[in-house]
Design a protein around this ligand. Structure first.
Ligand SMILES: Cc1cc2nc3c(=O)[nH]c(=O)nc-3n(C[C@H](O)[C@H](O)[C@H](O)COP(=O)(O)O)c2cc1C
Length: 364
């Protein structure tokens, strides 16, 4: 057997996982039915990848208001819960484990998704991005700034979605607090200029996130709750870093130590080069590992070599792979055998049907 550190078992929450090769959450836009419910096709896709130590699903909207892209699945209706049951059963039948990523896009949406109503955000600041609507790409707009009552209602949406996830048979949930979506919008000055208890200092910017983490964790168990952060995101999804951004993330990640039972913190290395971005952290695992005592999953740009190294160096406990899991359903077996990895076809990332989704071949 290979002594690759990625192949060593790991315990996450109550689960004994077979390896440290996790599948990163990836939107694949195959829920192209009126209910935005997962189907047998989703079940087949996730089952093919069930040898991952942990599968984390694509972002799944926690409410109607949380949506920002066409054909992404939800986890708030009965039909969606029934659809996800197909997925969790298919994965569990193969001995796998699966968390669902709970998602609210906030201002990265468009009135076309909301019957003409504005998308929501901490403050009424247009991200100046594009939203992929049923009528194609459209310019984003200045969103509605959430009232305190509406913030509390959104926390309840996450709590309900987490309950639904357990009903659907998921092993746990990941709160999507990265990549410029709603929680991230609260963390950064470029999107949050509130003067109430949800804006200003670090504690206030993180308040909505921690209130939601508390609500979800107390409902389904912190050991079944993970979170995702992308501290050096800059120049995409409407996010720009300033001198307060990294200190805000340091505050959040250090405060996660108050949750010793948390399933994990899932951190993302810079998705774009940040060498010339003032105040960005270039090496996320190196910077944040010493600050967080719990289980740390690292992501972005890893391959079997640097993935095993980051674990051996003690900078992370597990690695999540995104694109390699699209094109290598048997990624774990390929790493075990040191077999070549197939490259994914970018053109079928978000297209309907099995092509580029469930038709990538396994090794012979
Ligand atoms: C097609 C595609 C869809 C993605 N959708 C999501 C998503 O729903 N939620 C999320 O947190 N990240 C999403 N990501 C980011 C991935 O989780 C991951 O951070 C990124 O692919 C970098 O990892 P990699 O280098 O191993 O591919 C997506 C990436 C891709 C390629």
């Amino acid at each position: 057997m290979s002594d690759n550190a990625l192949l060593k078992p790991i315990k996450i929450g109550p689960y004994e996982l077979a390896n440290r090769i996790f599948m990163a959450p990836m939107t694949r836009s195959r829920a192209d039915n009126p209910e935005n419910a997962p189907t047998e096709l989703h079940a087949q896709y996730y089952q093919q990848r069930a040898s991952a130590g942990l599968l984390i699903t694509e972002g799944s909207q926690v409410s109607k208001q949380a949506v920002g892209y066409i054909n992404t699945p939800g986890i708030y209706s009965k039909a969606q819960i029934e659809g996800w049951k197909l997925v969790t059963k298919a994965v569990h039948d193969k001995g796998g484990h699966i968390f669902i990523q709970l998602w609210h896009v906030g201002r990265l949406s468009h009135p076309d998704f909301h019957g003409g109503e504005l998308p929501v955000a901490p403050s009424s600041i247009n991200p100046n991005d594009k939203s992929y609507t049923p009528q194609g790409f459209k310019e984003t707009v200045s969103p509605h700034a959430l009232t305190v009552q509406e913030i509390h209602a959104t926390t309840r949406d996450f709590k309900n979605a987490a309950e639904n996830a357990i009903t659907a048979g998921f092993d746990g949930v990941e709160i999507h607090s990265a990549n410029g979506y709603l929680f991230h919008q609260f963390f950064t000055n470029c999107s949050n200029v509130r003067t109430d208890e949800y804006g200003g200092n670090h504690e206030n910017k993180a308040r909505f996130f921690f209130e939601t983490l508390d609500a979800v964790g107390r409902t389904i168990g912190f050991e079944k709750t993970g979170i995702r952060l992308n501290p050096s995101a800059h120049g995409f999804f409407g996010i720009t870093i300033d001198k307060d951004t990294i200190p805000t993330f340091e505050y959040i990640i250090e405060r996660l130590n108050d949750y010793p039972g948390l399933a994990y913190a899932h951190l993302v290395e810079p998705m774009m080069p940040v060498d010339n971005v003032p105040y960005a952290v270039k090496e996320i695992a190196k910077h944040f590992r010493p600050r967080y005592k719990g289980t740390l999953i690292i992501n972005c740009g890893f391959n079997p070599d640097n993935g095993s190294r980051v674990i051996e160096e003690g900078l992370a406990d597990a690695v999540s792979f995104g694109k390699y899991f699209i094109s290598n359903p048997d990624l774990v077996e390929r790493i075990r055998r040191s077999a070549p990895l197939a490259e994914p076809d970018l053109h079928t990332f978000y297209t309907p049907g099995p092509k580029g989704y469930s038709d990538y071949p396994f090794l012979q």
